[in-house]
Structure formats: C-alpha cells, structure tokens
Design a protein around this ligand. Structure first.
Ligand code: ADP
Length: 500
C-alpha cells in the first residue's frame, strides 16, 4: 500500500454515503450495478435521503463470484501467516476509521453513535486483529495409522465463500465471517442487508487497499434478487448467513440442493433468570445491557424474557424502569443520545404490533419508558418507547416470539425447577444468563440451560476468542473462535504416504 493511495477517514457521514452511492466493490474496483439500478437509503431519524445503493442482481453476483474465484487461487498460495498478517493489517487500518465508520453506521441504521455505532466500529477492527494472528493455527494432524506410512491431515480452504449479513450490527457480524474465511485462504463475496449497505461497503473499500484484488468483494441488494443468486451460484462453496429463521430455512434448502455447507446464525428469545440471592443492582444493569435498550432491542441475543424471583420482582421492575426512563432518546448522531431509532418503518410497525398484542393480553401491564424526542426534525423518525410487560402469560405471543425491538417481558417466579423449565420452553436457544451468588445454583443452571452461550452474573456480547452460536432454531454452527475458522472455512484432507 503506497502512502498516495491510502484512503483518509471522512467523518462527515453524509458526504461519505454520497461518495459510496451506486457502487458495489468487485475485483478491487468500485463499480455500478450491471443494470445501473439503485435503491434509496434514508436516515431513520429524519427520513432524509442518505444515498443510493447499487441494486445487485444475478449479473452482479456472477461478476463478483468470478472475481473471487480467480483471486482465490493465488490467495491460497500465500502462506497462512502471510494471509494472517494482511488481515491483521486490515484491522489496524480499520481502527483508524473507527469514528468514521461509527458515524456512517449511525446514519444508515439509526443506532446511537456513542452507545452503539462507534462501539461496533472498534469491535470490528479487533476481530480482524484477532483472526490475523491465527494463520499458523490452520494445523492438521499426524495419525498413527501404520508404522510404514506417514498419515496426516491438512486444512484446505473451501474456495469462494458467500456471506449474507443483516442490518443490526452489519460490520461486526460481517467481520466474524470474512476475517476467518480470508485467513483460511478463501475469497469472499458479501451481500449487505438492504437497510445497511454503506458501512459494509466502506469496510470493504478500506480493506481492498491492503488485500489483493478480488479476495473480498461486496454487493448490495435485496434478498431474493441478490442474496438468493449468491447462494445458488455453482462456484460458491460455502454460505455463512446471519438473519431471520425464515430466510435461514430458505438458504438451508438451497444449500442442500447444492450439497454445500452452511453456517446459520438465526434468532433468539433469550432468558435471564434473577434468583432471590442475586445482587439486585448488578442484575438490573445486566438487564439494561442484555436487552440492548440502547440499540432499541435490535439484537438476536436480547434478554427479552426476564424471570425474577418473587422476593425481588417488584423492586427489580421499579429499578429497571427508572434506569431506562433516564436514558435519552434522540438524534443518533448526537453524542448525548443513549437510544437511537429502529432501523425501518417495517420493523417499527412489527414492534408496535407486538406491543399492541401485549396490551390486549389479560393480566399484562405495559410500562412504557423514556420520552420520544421533542425536536420537530425527528418527528417522523422510527422511534419507539421501550416497554416492559409484567404479568404476561408465558405462552402469549409477545412472550414467545422474537420481537427484535425494545420490548421485554418480566415474569415472577418462586421455584427454581419451574423457572428453569420455563426458560428452556422456547424454540430458540441462543443465549441465557443467570444471576445468583450461590455457586451450586450457578453451576447447575449453566449445565441445564438450553442455549449456545450461557453466562452467570454478566451479559457480554460476542467475543472473538469464544465460540458463539445457537442451538434449536437459533442456528447451525458456531462463529468467532479458532474452532469456527477451522470448522466453517476449511475442509480436512487426509493424506497417506506409503513409505514401504
Ligand atoms: P430481517 O428480517 O432481519 O431483515 P432477513 O433474514 O430477511 O432478516 O435478512 C437478513 C439478510 O438476508 C439480508 O441481507 C437479506 O437481504 C438477506 N436475504 C433475505 N432473503 C433472502 C433470500 N431469499 N436469499 C438470500 N438472502 C436473503
């Protein structure tokens, strides 16, 4: 990378989005869609036009996959450490763009800059640095098969990986897919979510300064027109997807026809159990973080089913209400803002329909918190006041279905066995937390909670070194960690050399 072609950070997201408008990134070049078509992206807080994204279709997919296929051969010939060094270098360059990327993501998704978007941008850089260090860990084994034979296994790349990402944490979730895929020697084609194309495109543009052309290509577009042809493409040998259960099933079916491996990170309805011996204030803070109220609850791991022991229930609800009440909802780009917007009109309507449904449930009480912004400029924005439901029946739809919004159901319990059964009574199994100072209860619950990620007395999000992924309808396969790189982006070749 020569100093003359280093892209400088641009912290004005409005001009940056205009610069990125109308483009995919294919074979190292920013190019328009084959059809020349675009679609509009609006700032969810004011509905002003942010820019126009390139409208990807099968012809664009063909071009991007061909570029990836051709680049992958030379990429895989580099030593694993060399690939790792380049990926880690991408992380360092991205860190210099953290503020810029945070602003851009806040603009297109409405996530508050200080509490959410800038944080995402930093975590993103860290994922590349982490995976960049794992090149030498793409190890095989030696197998004591026969004394006259040398029997070994090798880890080889799959080839071209198709990655389909959602809009809620688009850059970070993409990083957990492409960083390990690249280090393992694959080339990738990413399809961004229709709501959030620019942050992902900018990451791709920045990384293309460091990576050889064609290794990392990016398309924007809609699911059926752009995502589906990517999954169907004969030269795509692996698909990694994060999104809804319904789309996950479609992708799984298409992949089954092609007999290719898939990783699916899908939804959740995660339980949080607060025992009577829990540190109450800590648990309340954990609920605020776990519910991702600062992100309008738009998280697949959101602790949206909160079970609180009857001794603590009323105080817990009061304290939680007070905490969320004190949060400021407003312009996502304003540093003072704690809570930004929902991503789109469609999502807003969906969330509101669940709130309406909850209000009609007999015995349920809706506690609405915080104030809608008073600024006239934000009057059309997709703001929803966070809601806690108490007294909701455990089988009511808002208590069972993923809402993907700032809506939590708090249930009262008295018996440990009953609460464990209730927590596990879900078609999802992504994350779970238990809050207790009793070691025996903590250990028992960690073994018995049905989820891919169980935490005691804390509510962390995905960490690079730790396997992350759900069971049941929450998905198939793990992301993050060394294990995920090996399992998702390599195949194992067995070699026997007969020396007799
Ligand atoms: P959400 O409801 O959260 O938007 P989706 O599963 O619809 O979740 O979207 C997640 C990602 O999947 C987006 O990038 C979207 O464009 C893509 N997608 C949607 N439908 C399909 C499909 N049929 N094939 C491939 N990708 C799709």
């Amino acid at each position: 990378m020569s100093s003359s072609n280093i892209i400088q950070p641009n912290t004005d997201p409005w001009t940056l989005a205009k610069e990125l408008s109308g483009k995919h990134l294919i074979d190292g070049e920013m190019v328009a869609a084959a059809s020349g078509k675009t679609f509009e992206i609006r700032f969810p807080a004011t509905l002003e036009t942010v820019g126009e994204a390139a409208y990807g279709e099968a012809a664009d997919v063909d071009k991007a996959v061909a570029a990836a296929k051709s680049a992958q051969t030379d990429w895989a010939k580099k030593s694993a450490r060399e690939r790792g060094k380049l990926v880690a270098e991408c992380g360092r360059v991205l860190q210099n763009h953290a503020d810029e990327l945070g602003r851009l993501i806040a603009l297109e998704t409405g996530k508050a800059l200080r509490t959410e978007s800038r944080v995402e941008a930093s975590v993103l850089a860290d994922a590349f640095v982490f995976y960049g260090g794992l090149g030498s860990e793409l190890k095989g084994e030696t197998v004591p098969f026969n004394p006259q034979m040398l029997t070994v296994t090798l880890r080889e790349p799959i080839g071209v990986v198709g990655a389909i990402v959602p809009w809620n944490v688009p850059m970070m979730l993409m990083a957990y897919k492409i960083a390990p895929a690249l280090v393992a020697g694959n080339a990738v084609v990413v399809k961004s979510a229709e709501e959030a194309p620019f942050g992902v495109l900018r990451v791709c543009q920045i990384m293309n300064q460091v990576l050889p052309e064609g290794c990392f290509n990016m398309l924007s577009g809609f699911g059926p027109e752009c995502g589906q042809p990517l999954v169907e493409h004969p030269d795509v040998g692996k698909v990694t997807f994060t999104g809804s259960v319904e789309t996950g099933k479609l992708i799984y079916k298409t992949a089954a026809e092609k007999l290719i491996p898939v990783t699916l990170e899908l939804g959740g309805k995660s339980p949080m159990i607060v025992m009577d011996d829990a540190d109450l204030d800590r648990a309340v803070d954990g609920a605020v973080i776990g519910m991702r109220f600062t992100r309008q609850g738009q998280s697949c791991t959101a602790s949206s089913r909160i079970f609180v022991h009857e001794k603590l229930h009323d105080t817990f609800v009061e304290k939680l209400e007070a905490k969320v009440e004190a949060m400021k909802m407003g312009d996502p780009l304003d540093e003072e803002t704690d809570i930004g917007t929902i991503v789109s009109q469609q999502q807003k309507e969906r969330v509101e329909s669940y709130i309406e449904m909850g209000r009609k449930e007999s015995g349920a009480k809706a506690i609405e918190m915080g104030e809608l912004p008073s600024d006239e400029k934000l009057s059309k924005g997709y703001f929803v006041r966070p809601v806690i439901f108490t007294g909701m029946g455990i089988d009511a739809r808002p208590a069972r279905e993923e809402i993907f919004g700032p809506v939590a159901c708090v249930f009262k319990f008295s018996d440990y066995e009953e609460v464990l059964a209730a927590a596990n009574d879900s078609e999802y199994g992504l994350a779970a937390t238990i809050w207790t100072t009793n070691l025996k209860t903590a250990l028992d619950a960690t073994h018995r909670l049905e989820a891919g990620f169980v935490q005691v007395n804390q509510n962390l999000v995905v960490q690079p070194a730790l396997s992350y992924g759900g069971i049941k309808k929450s998905g198939i396969g793990k992301e993050a960690s060394l294990e995920a790189m090996l399992a998702n982006f390599t195949h194992k070749k067995t070699i026997i050399m007969n020396m007799a």
